[in-house]
Design a protein around this ligand. Sequence first.
Ligand SMILES: C[S@@+](CC[C@H](N)C(=O)[O-])C[C@H]1O[C@@H](n2cnc3c(N)ncnc32)[C@H](O)[C@@H]1O
Length: 234
Amino acid sequence: MAQLFDKFSGNYKTLLDESLQSTGFDTEYFSTAKIKTLARLFPEFCREPIRFLDYGCGNGSLYKPVTGFFPQATYVGTDLSDDMVQQARTLSHGPDTFFELKSDAWKTGHYDVIFAANVFHHIPDTDHLKILKELRPLLTPKGKLILWEHNPWNPITRKIVDDCVFDKDAVLISPLQSKRLFQKTGFYPLRIVFTTFFPKSLEFLISLEPWLEWLPLGGQYLLIAENPDQQAIP
Ligand SMILES: C[S@@+](CC[C@H](N)C(=O)[O-])C[C@H]1O[C@@H](n2cnc3c(N)ncnc32)[C@H](O)[C@@H]1O
C-alpha cells in the first residue's frame, strides 16, 4: 500500500527546506543539530560501539551525522515508506543499512539507542502504544528509546507544521502526552529535554540551549526513556 511519504520521497528535502525557511536554517542543519544534541547529552555514544536504530528514517538524513558524531556506531534505518527507504539507500553502499518497515531484517539483534525523530506525530495515536511495545524488546539492557518531537506549546513550530505540505496528517503530541504514553508502556525513568529555541538570526544564543532544556517553549523536545527490562536480556 502506498504511504503518504512515498508521494514526497523525490522532493522531500526541497519541500522541507521550503517549510523551514522562516528559521533561516536548512534540513541539513537540523539533522546535524539533532545528533549533536544527542552527543552532548550522551557523550559515551561518541566513544562506544553502539547499535543505533533510526526508526522512521525517512530519506536517511541522519545517517551522515550519526556516523560522523558516533564513529564506532552501527547505524540501521527503517521506514514505513518504501520509496523513502529507496532514497535513503542512495546514501549508503552497504546492504545492511536501510530496511523497509515490513522487513524483519532490522529487528535482528538489540539496539543501544532507538531514535524516532519527528515520526510519531505522523502515526495515528491508536498505534502508538503497539509500536512502543514492539520497540521495547529490541533495546539492550541499558538501551534508550528517544523520541524527538515538535513541541505544540511553541507557536512558531505550530505555524511551520500547519504550512508544511507533508505535515497535513500530523497530530502534534505534547510533552505531557508523550510522557503518559511512555508510562503506559512501562518505560521509566523518563526525561524531557526542550531544544531548538533560536532561529539563525539569533544563532549567537544557541550555546545557551543546554541551560534552557527545562523551559517548555523550545521548538522541539526529546523524551528519553531507559529500558525498563534491564534484567531481561542475559
Ligand atoms: C517527517 S519524516 C522524518 C524523517 C527522519 N526521521 C528525519 O528526522 O528526517 C517522518 C517519517 O516517518 C515515517 N513513518 C510514518 N509512519 C511510520 C511508522 N508507523 N513507522 C515507521 N516510520 C513511519 C514516514 O514515512 C516518514 O519518512
